[in-house]
Design a protein around this ligand. Structure first.
Ligand code: BEZ
Length: 212
């Protein structure tokens, strides 16, 4: 297994999920995608994570982003656990969970880090663009539930910089000023960024978020 890097094509696979058998790339279609693993079904932090993702489903939909979870448990276990998630997190799990009992996909995506745990997947997250390229990879330990607001924030940033020659500064949030890309010449700024700009340094030029 080669190490996955940003910009690589997300490996394609076929898998059984709680919403039927899928071919990953076909399932993604022209959407953005989030593939995330969790260590195991019927564990407390994972229960809150999947409940949170289910409660954020509309936020992902707004961003044309499909979400899919994975653990090395089987379908029966997933179906039983979904009932618990729905009950305890006051939600309806409406995205598929991959059953990866033989760890085929976990290994394809390097989601098992043997020094953390030999048997279970770590908390990996991959954001995949419509061209199927990996745009973000995050790895969290089993003891820390992920921040899904941060995931939405990164998707907003990625989608913005896919459309405009901009990047987003530290702690940026939707609606705040953004950084003009280094490839944009000063003289082209007024045409490309008609909302105005601030030239703080030759390499640090800010503009209001272009699509707001
Ligand atoms: C949890 O989801 O709570 C968890 C899973 C595996 C190890 C530790 C915690």
């Amino acid at each position: 297994m080669a190490t996955l890097r940003l910009g690589d094509i997300a490996p394609d696979f076929e898998a059984e999920t709680t919403q039927g058998r899928i071919k990953f790339h076909d399932w993604l279609g022209n959407s953005w995608g989030v593939l995330f693993s969790h260590p195991a079904d019927f564990t407390p932090v994972c229960t809150t994570e999947l409940g949170t993702v289910a409660n954020y489903f509309k936020e992902f939909e707004k961003r044309n982003t499909k979400v899919i979870a994975l653990s090395v448990d089987g379908l029966d276990s997933h179906f039983k656990w979904i009932k618990d998630i729905n009950e305890t997190q006051n939600t309806t799990v409406n995205f598929p969970i991959i059953a990866d009992e033989n760890k085929r996909i976990a290994e394809l995506y390097d989601m098992i880090h043997p020094k953390a745990n030999e048997n279970f997947t770590v908390r990996s997250v991959f954001v995949i663009a419509p061209d199927k390229k990996i745009k973000l990879m995050m790895t969290y330990p089993a003891s820390t539930g992920r921040n899904f607001d941060e995931l939405l924030r990164v998707i907003d940033s990625l989608q913005l910089s896919a459309e405009y020659k901009v990047a987003t500064p530290a702690n940026w949030k939707e609606g705040e000023d953004v950084v003009i890309g280094l490839s944009v010449k000063d003289e082209d700024i007024p045409l490309k960024f008609p909302k105005g700009s601030r030239r703080i340094k030759p390499y640090l030029r800010m503009t209001p978020q272009p699509n707001k």
